[in-house]
Design a protein around this ligand. Structure first.
Ligand code: ATP
Ligand code: FE2
Length: 318
Protein backbone atom coordinates (compact mmCIF):
# COMPACT_ATOMS: atom_id res chain seq x y z
CA UNK A 1 0.00 0.00 0.00
CA UNK A 2 1.14 3.53 -0.75
CA UNK A 3 2.03 5.04 2.60
CA UNK A 4 0.86 8.60 2.32
CA UNK A 5 -0.13 9.30 5.89
CA UNK A 6 1.72 10.84 8.81
CA UNK A 7 0.54 10.72 12.38
CA UNK A 8 1.52 13.53 14.74
CA UNK A 9 1.52 13.33 18.51
CA UNK A 10 1.41 16.42 20.72
CA UNK A 11 2.30 16.21 24.42
CA UNK A 12 4.41 19.24 25.39
CA UNK A 13 1.98 20.64 27.96
CA UNK A 14 -1.69 20.29 28.91
CA UNK A 15 -2.82 18.62 25.67
CA UNK A 16 -2.39 15.09 24.43
CA UNK A 17 -3.34 15.01 20.77
CA UNK A 18 -3.11 12.70 17.79
CA UNK A 19 -3.43 14.26 14.35
CA UNK A 20 -3.43 12.47 11.02
CA UNK A 21 -2.45 14.27 7.84
CA UNK A 22 -1.72 13.33 4.23
CA UNK A 23 1.41 14.42 2.43
CA UNK A 24 -0.55 17.03 0.53
CA UNK A 25 -1.67 18.63 3.77
CA UNK A 26 -5.18 17.23 4.16
CA UNK A 27 -6.12 16.75 7.82
CA UNK A 28 -7.94 13.42 8.23
CA UNK A 29 -8.34 13.57 12.01
CA UNK A 30 -7.23 15.76 14.89
CA UNK A 31 -8.31 14.33 18.21
CA UNK A 32 -7.15 15.64 21.57
CA UNK A 33 -7.84 15.76 25.26
CA UNK A 34 -6.54 18.45 27.59
CA UNK A 35 -5.66 18.40 31.25
CA UNK A 36 -7.55 21.00 33.25
CA UNK A 37 -7.56 21.95 36.92
CA UNK A 38 -9.78 24.07 39.08
CA UNK A 39 -7.24 26.33 40.74
CA UNK A 40 -3.80 24.75 40.66
CA UNK A 41 -2.58 25.54 37.14
CA UNK A 42 -0.57 22.68 35.61
CA UNK A 43 0.92 20.13 38.01
CA UNK A 44 3.62 18.45 35.84
CA UNK A 45 3.21 14.89 37.17
CA UNK A 46 -0.57 15.08 36.87
CA UNK A 47 -0.18 16.24 33.28
CA UNK A 48 2.03 13.21 32.52
CA UNK A 49 -0.53 10.89 34.17
CA UNK A 50 -3.24 12.50 32.07
CA UNK A 51 -1.34 11.82 28.84
CA UNK A 52 -0.66 8.19 29.78
CA UNK A 53 -4.31 7.65 30.67
CA UNK A 54 -5.84 9.06 27.48
CA UNK A 55 -3.18 8.16 24.88
CA UNK A 56 -4.55 4.87 23.54
CA UNK A 57 -8.14 6.08 23.48
CA UNK A 58 -7.21 9.28 21.62
CA UNK A 59 -5.14 7.34 19.08
CA UNK A 60 -7.93 4.89 18.45
CA UNK A 61 -10.46 7.67 18.01
CA UNK A 62 -8.18 9.45 15.53
CA UNK A 63 -7.55 6.26 13.53
CA UNK A 64 -11.28 5.53 13.40
CA UNK A 65 -12.12 9.06 12.32
CA UNK A 66 -9.49 8.95 9.57
CA UNK A 67 -10.46 5.34 8.72
CA UNK A 68 -6.85 4.20 8.66
CA UNK A 69 -4.79 1.35 10.06
CA UNK A 70 -1.14 1.25 11.10
CA UNK A 71 -0.29 -0.29 7.74
CA UNK A 72 -1.02 2.98 5.94
CA UNK A 73 1.10 5.11 8.27
CA UNK A 74 4.44 6.27 6.86
CA UNK A 75 5.99 7.51 10.13
CA UNK A 76 5.19 9.03 13.51
CA UNK A 77 6.04 12.66 14.18
CA UNK A 78 6.11 13.79 17.81
CA UNK A 79 6.67 17.05 19.69
CA UNK A 80 10.17 16.77 21.19
CA UNK A 81 10.06 20.20 22.85
CA UNK A 82 9.95 22.82 24.17
CA UNK A 83 7.69 21.90 27.03
CA UNK A 84 7.22 20.41 30.46
CA UNK A 85 9.76 17.69 31.11
CA UNK A 86 7.37 15.03 32.52
CA UNK A 87 4.78 15.68 29.80
CA UNK A 88 7.42 15.40 27.07
CA UNK A 89 8.78 12.13 28.45
CA UNK A 90 5.30 10.68 28.80
CA UNK A 91 4.61 11.52 25.16
CA UNK A 92 7.99 10.23 24.02
CA UNK A 93 7.54 6.89 25.77
CA UNK A 94 4.09 6.50 24.23
CA UNK A 95 5.30 7.16 20.66
CA UNK A 96 8.37 5.02 21.24
CA UNK A 97 6.17 2.05 22.11
CA UNK A 98 3.88 2.70 19.11
CA UNK A 99 6.94 2.99 16.89
CA UNK A 100 8.45 -0.29 18.12
CA UNK A 101 5.18 -2.23 18.00
CA UNK A 102 4.33 -1.11 14.49
CA UNK A 103 7.75 -0.66 12.93
CA UNK A 104 7.35 3.06 12.26
CA UNK A 105 10.13 5.63 12.24
CA UNK A 106 10.01 8.50 14.75
CA UNK A 107 10.57 12.12 13.73
CA UNK A 108 10.94 14.58 16.60
CA UNK A 109 9.88 18.16 15.85
CA UNK A 110 9.79 21.55 17.52
CA UNK A 111 6.35 22.38 18.90
CA UNK A 112 6.66 26.12 18.27
CA UNK A 113 7.69 25.68 14.64
CA UNK A 114 4.71 23.34 14.23
CA UNK A 115 2.35 26.16 15.29
CA UNK A 116 3.90 28.37 12.60
CA UNK A 117 3.86 25.72 9.87
CA UNK A 118 0.23 24.69 10.28
CA UNK A 119 -0.85 28.34 10.11
CA UNK A 120 1.16 28.83 6.96
CA UNK A 121 -0.30 25.66 5.40
CA UNK A 122 -3.88 26.54 6.30
CA UNK A 123 -3.63 30.05 4.83
CA UNK A 124 -1.40 29.03 1.88
CA UNK A 125 1.15 31.72 2.75
CA UNK A 126 4.71 32.03 1.48
CA UNK A 127 6.59 34.27 3.86
CA UNK A 128 4.51 36.01 6.54
CA UNK A 129 5.49 37.82 9.72
CA UNK A 130 4.43 35.44 12.50
CA UNK A 131 2.97 36.43 15.84
CA UNK A 132 3.03 33.42 18.13
CA UNK A 133 1.10 33.92 21.35
CA UNK A 134 0.38 30.95 23.57
CA UNK A 135 0.72 30.05 27.24
CA UNK A 136 4.48 30.03 27.44
CA UNK A 137 5.44 31.83 24.25
CA UNK A 138 5.01 35.36 22.98
CA UNK A 139 7.21 36.00 19.98
CA UNK A 140 7.33 37.96 16.74
CA UNK A 141 9.11 35.81 14.17
CA UNK A 142 10.23 36.11 10.55
CA UNK A 143 12.06 33.69 8.30
CA UNK A 144 15.41 34.80 6.90
CA UNK A 145 17.92 32.76 4.95
CA UNK A 146 16.19 29.49 5.82
CA UNK A 147 16.07 30.14 9.57
CA UNK A 148 13.54 31.61 11.93
CA UNK A 149 14.59 34.93 13.46
CA UNK A 150 12.93 36.23 16.58
CA UNK A 151 12.37 39.97 16.15
CA UNK A 152 10.79 40.52 19.52
CA UNK A 153 9.60 38.46 22.45
CA UNK A 154 8.48 38.53 26.04
CA UNK A 155 11.23 39.17 28.55
CA UNK A 156 9.45 37.13 31.22
CA UNK A 157 6.17 35.19 31.02
CA UNK A 158 4.05 34.49 27.93
CA UNK A 159 0.78 36.38 27.52
CA UNK A 160 -1.33 33.21 27.95
CA UNK A 161 0.55 32.54 31.14
CA UNK A 162 -0.30 36.02 32.41
CA UNK A 163 -3.98 35.42 31.63
CA UNK A 164 -3.93 32.00 33.30
CA UNK A 165 -2.11 33.26 36.41
CA UNK A 166 -4.56 36.13 36.74
CA UNK A 167 -7.41 33.67 36.23
CA UNK A 168 -6.07 31.57 39.07
CA UNK A 169 -5.90 34.59 41.41
CA UNK A 170 -9.51 35.53 40.73
CA UNK A 171 -10.80 31.94 40.63
CA UNK A 172 -11.57 31.43 36.94
CA UNK A 173 -9.92 27.99 36.72
CA UNK A 174 -7.29 26.88 34.21
CA UNK A 175 -6.99 27.81 31.37
CA UNK A 176 -8.57 31.23 31.82
CA UNK A 177 -8.17 32.98 28.44
CA UNK A 178 -11.65 32.41 27.08
CA UNK A 179 -13.34 33.26 30.40
CA UNK A 180 -11.36 36.50 30.55
CA UNK A 181 -12.52 37.27 27.00
CA UNK A 182 -16.17 36.84 28.06
CA UNK A 183 -15.83 38.93 31.23
CA UNK A 184 -13.93 41.67 29.37
CA UNK A 185 -17.07 42.42 27.33
CA UNK A 186 -18.62 43.95 30.46
CA UNK A 187 -15.52 45.80 31.68
CA UNK A 188 -14.23 49.40 31.68
CA UNK A 189 -10.66 50.55 31.31
CA UNK A 190 -8.35 51.00 34.29
CA UNK A 191 -4.76 52.01 33.70
CA UNK A 192 -2.12 49.25 33.69
CA UNK A 193 1.62 49.48 32.99
CA UNK A 194 2.36 49.46 29.25
CA UNK A 195 5.70 47.71 29.10
CA UNK A 196 7.30 47.63 25.67
CA UNK A 197 11.09 47.69 25.75
CA UNK A 198 12.53 48.13 22.27
CA UNK A 199 11.10 45.18 20.34
CA UNK A 200 10.48 43.14 23.48
CA UNK A 201 7.71 43.26 26.06
CA UNK A 202 7.24 42.33 29.67
CA UNK A 203 4.08 40.96 31.29
CA UNK A 204 5.03 40.11 34.87
CA UNK A 205 4.70 43.71 36.17
CA UNK A 206 1.20 43.85 34.68
CA UNK A 207 0.33 40.68 36.60
CA UNK A 208 1.54 42.25 39.86
CA UNK A 209 -0.52 45.38 39.15
CA UNK A 210 -3.78 43.53 38.40
CA UNK A 211 -3.29 41.45 41.54
CA UNK A 212 -2.94 44.65 43.58
CA UNK A 213 -6.01 46.21 41.95
CA UNK A 214 -7.99 43.02 42.57
CA UNK A 215 -6.99 43.28 46.25
CA UNK A 216 -8.34 46.84 46.28
CA UNK A 217 -11.70 45.68 44.98
CA UNK A 218 -11.51 46.74 41.32
CA UNK A 219 -14.14 44.61 39.51
CA UNK A 220 -12.80 41.50 37.76
CA UNK A 221 -14.57 42.54 34.52
CA UNK A 222 -12.62 45.82 34.45
CA UNK A 223 -9.36 43.99 35.06
CA UNK A 224 -10.14 41.52 32.27
CA UNK A 225 -10.96 44.32 29.83
CA UNK A 226 -7.88 46.35 30.76
CA UNK A 227 -5.57 43.34 30.62
CA UNK A 228 -6.73 42.57 27.10
CA UNK A 229 -6.60 46.15 25.82
CA UNK A 230 -3.16 46.82 27.27
CA UNK A 231 -1.43 43.59 26.32
CA UNK A 232 -2.97 43.34 22.86
CA UNK A 233 -2.02 46.96 22.12
CA UNK A 234 1.57 46.29 23.22
CA UNK A 235 1.79 43.39 20.81
CA UNK A 236 0.11 45.26 17.97
CA UNK A 237 2.66 48.05 18.37
CA UNK A 238 5.69 45.76 18.22
CA UNK A 239 4.31 43.68 15.35
CA UNK A 240 3.61 46.83 13.35
CA UNK A 241 7.23 47.89 13.81
CA UNK A 242 8.48 44.44 12.81
CA UNK A 243 6.36 44.55 9.65
CA UNK A 244 7.54 48.07 8.78
CA UNK A 245 11.15 47.03 9.29
CA UNK A 246 11.00 43.82 7.28
CA UNK A 247 8.55 45.03 4.64
CA UNK A 248 6.25 42.02 5.24
CA UNK A 249 2.68 42.57 4.09
CA UNK A 250 1.18 39.46 5.69
CA UNK A 251 0.72 38.82 9.39
CA UNK A 252 -0.09 35.35 10.70
CA UNK A 253 -1.29 34.91 14.28
CA UNK A 254 -0.81 31.47 15.84
CA UNK A 255 -1.02 29.96 19.34
CA UNK A 256 -3.89 29.55 21.76
CA UNK A 257 -4.34 33.26 22.56
CA UNK A 258 -5.15 33.66 18.85
CA UNK A 259 -8.63 32.34 19.71
CA UNK A 260 -9.39 35.77 21.19
CA UNK A 261 -11.70 37.80 18.93
CA UNK A 262 -10.74 41.20 20.32
CA UNK A 263 -7.06 40.42 19.76
CA UNK A 264 -7.76 39.45 16.14
CA UNK A 265 -9.83 42.58 15.63
CA UNK A 266 -7.01 44.85 16.84
CA UNK A 267 -4.42 43.14 14.66
CA UNK A 268 -6.74 43.24 11.66
CA UNK A 269 -7.22 47.01 12.08
CA UNK A 270 -3.46 47.53 12.39
CA UNK A 271 -2.86 45.50 9.20
CA UNK A 272 -5.58 47.28 7.20
CA UNK A 273 -4.12 50.65 8.17
CA UNK A 274 -0.86 49.66 6.51
CA UNK A 275 -2.40 47.83 3.51
CA UNK A 276 -1.27 44.50 4.87
CA UNK A 277 -3.37 41.36 5.37
CA UNK A 278 -4.08 39.67 8.67
CA UNK A 279 -4.37 35.86 8.81
CA UNK A 280 -5.23 33.55 11.66
CA UNK A 281 -5.94 29.88 12.05
CA UNK A 282 -9.32 28.32 12.86
CA UNK A 283 -9.97 27.63 16.55
CA UNK A 284 -9.27 23.91 16.29
CA UNK A 285 -5.81 24.56 14.83
CA UNK A 286 -4.91 27.58 17.03
CA UNK A 287 -4.09 25.73 20.23
CA UNK A 288 -2.05 22.59 20.78
CA UNK A 289 -3.03 19.58 18.67
CA UNK A 290 -1.48 16.71 16.75
CA UNK A 291 -2.17 17.76 13.15
CA UNK A 292 0.41 20.53 13.38
CA UNK A 293 2.99 18.06 14.70
CA UNK A 294 2.24 15.69 11.81
CA UNK A 295 2.66 18.46 9.23
CA UNK A 296 5.89 19.74 10.81
CA UNK A 297 7.16 16.15 10.72
CA UNK A 298 6.40 15.96 7.02
CA UNK A 299 8.41 19.16 6.42
CA UNK A 300 11.35 18.04 8.61
CA UNK A 301 11.47 14.35 7.82
CA UNK A 302 14.89 14.48 6.18
CA UNK A 303 16.56 16.49 8.92
CA UNK A 304 15.19 14.86 12.07
CA UNK A 305 14.60 11.47 13.65
CA UNK A 306 14.38 9.93 17.11
CA UNK A 307 15.87 12.78 19.14
CA UNK A 308 14.22 11.92 22.48
CA UNK A 309 13.09 15.18 24.14
CA UNK A 310 14.43 18.72 24.36
CA UNK A 311 12.51 20.80 26.96
CA UNK A 312 14.24 24.13 26.15
CA UNK A 313 14.39 23.95 22.35
CA UNK A 314 14.03 27.47 20.93
CA UNK A 315 12.44 28.30 17.58
CA UNK A 316 15.59 30.06 16.37
CA UNK A 317 17.68 26.94 17.00
CA UNK A 318 15.71 24.94 14.41
P1 ATP B 1 2.99 26.62 23.80
O1 ATP B 1 3.65 25.38 24.31
O2 ATP B 1 3.00 26.74 22.33
O3 ATP B 1 3.40 27.83 24.53
P2 ATP B 1 0.53 26.22 25.15
O4 ATP B 1 0.78 24.88 25.70
O5 ATP B 1 0.58 27.31 26.10
O6 ATP B 1 1.45 26.41 23.95
P3 ATP B 1 -1.82 26.85 23.49
O7 ATP B 1 -2.90 25.86 23.39
O8 ATP B 1 -1.15 27.28 22.24
O9 ATP B 1 -0.89 26.15 24.50
O10 ATP B 1 -2.34 28.15 24.24
C1 ATP B 1 -2.98 28.07 25.47
C2 ATP B 1 -3.23 29.47 26.00
O11 ATP B 1 -4.23 30.12 25.20
C3 ATP B 1 -3.71 29.48 27.43
O12 ATP B 1 -2.90 30.35 28.16
C4 ATP B 1 -5.15 30.00 27.31
O13 ATP B 1 -5.56 30.75 28.43
C5 ATP B 1 -5.05 30.86 26.06
N1 ATP B 1 -6.37 31.08 25.44
C6 ATP B 1 -7.24 30.15 24.99
N2 ATP B 1 -8.38 30.75 24.54
C7 ATP B 1 -8.20 32.09 24.70
C8 ATP B 1 -9.01 33.25 24.43
N3 ATP B 1 -10.22 33.16 23.91
N4 ATP B 1 -8.48 34.46 24.74
C9 ATP B 1 -7.25 34.57 25.28
N5 ATP B 1 -6.46 33.53 25.55
C10 ATP B 1 -6.92 32.30 25.27
FE1 FE2 C 1 1.42 25.38 21.88
Amino acid sequence: MNKMIIIGVESTAHTFGVGIITKDGKILANVKDSYTSLNAGMIPDEVADHHNTVAEEIREKAFNEARITWGEVDFISYSAGPGLDPALWAGYNIVKSWSEKNGKQLVGVNHCCAHLSIGKLWNKLKDPCYLYVSGVNTQIIVQKEGKYRIMGETLDIGLGNLLDKFGRVVGLGFPAGSKIEELAKKGKYVELPYTVKGMDMSFSGILTKVQQLHGKGVPVEDLCFSLQETCFAMLAEVVERAMAHTGKQELLLVGGVGANKRFCEMLDIMCKERDAVFYKVPMDLAGDQGAMIAWEGFLRKNESGDIEVNPHWRTDEV
